[in-house]
Design a binder for this molecule. Sequence first.
Ligand code: DSN
Length: 415
Amino acid sequence: MLKYVEQVDPEIAASLRGEIERQRFGLELIPSENFVSPAVLQALGSVMTNKYSEGYPHKRYYGGNKYIDMAEDLAIERAKKLFGAEHANVQPYSGSPANIAVYTGLLELGDTIMGMNLAHGGHLTHGHPVNFSGKAYNFVQYGVDSKTHRIDYDQMRQIALKERPKLILSGATAYPREIDFHAFHEVAQEIEAVSMADIAHIAGLIVGDVHRSPFPFTDVVTTTTHKTLRGPRGAVIMCKERFAKDIDRAVFPGLQGGPHDHVNAAKAVAFKEAMQPSFKEYAVQIVNNAVALAEELLAQGFDLISGGTDNHLILIDLTNKGVTGKKAEAALDEAHITCNKNMVPFDKRTPFNPSGIRIGTPALTTRGMKEAEMKLVGGWIAEVIHNVDDETVYQKVRDEVRALCEQFPLYMEQE
Ligand code: DSN
């Protein structure tokens, strides 16, 4: 598989080999990551990377797009069917440009938008001051309740009534509970705002019928394709027909140039995979695994934000363990358990050295792991955190992690 890269560029070949090994023999717990199928990988590494095709299917600014149109048409039709959407634009390069395209397509610069506070689980593009969204628009933010750590829907409505945002955005990147998209849409209707849901983290749970869908009522829905949906790195915008023209124009020519056709072909493959009955089983197992992992962590004395999970992720406040998120991330890395440090709601620390870590089960579930393995993983996390800086514990856990990974082979054909 790597023979051409080996010949031309041994240094990059070494980095690719290292990454394959890391993915194979480590535990991937970052909740926004996953392992695509060999079919998705093949479409990504295809000759479609060579093509320019500005425009949309059958209305391009370049010749030679017969097969690109075929692939993009399939991606669009499958996205619409999978989610039950009226319109889909599959060209956004990733989640951030997708969100920015919606704002620029439907609003004027400086307009008021309401989104979830990043420190409470939102996203940079949901109005953080360091992000284009927070600089170009007047964002007002809702968050979670300080005791329950659940979205404070009453507070959200009060802010909406007072600030009258033109768009109300739901969705999160570090929120372990199910989101009531309909509650957001109702408030949007009350103030005649556009309702938008960013379902990047939970798209796979929605198409697998494990979580309630924001369709068909939500006006605009964005999602990345590479998280629980298990597709290539990229995004999709879906919307009601009446917003379609403005959204399409905002993506191209408003924001982007030539679409990444190889990625769009891979999106089509991933959508087809997500339509199979086995994907529903996968989505159910993601949540079962997260619940099993949360139970083990609670038994080990960990403080979980909101007390547990009902999706694919768990947010741990490590304050009671006397370990920072940064230290925990580094220690777990030594044991070949990958997670990310994360702010917890009302955190007194900084984003670069926060109080928590965020973990999730989509990638391990793709490998075929189930509740019994989650119990082991929770035990190893506890062992490392409880013995932070102990190299012998790192080595012991690393060996046990490798032995488990060998039972759940990954990408064996990528040699
Ligand atoms: N970076 C993604 C995540 O990890 O949640 C969000 O864009």
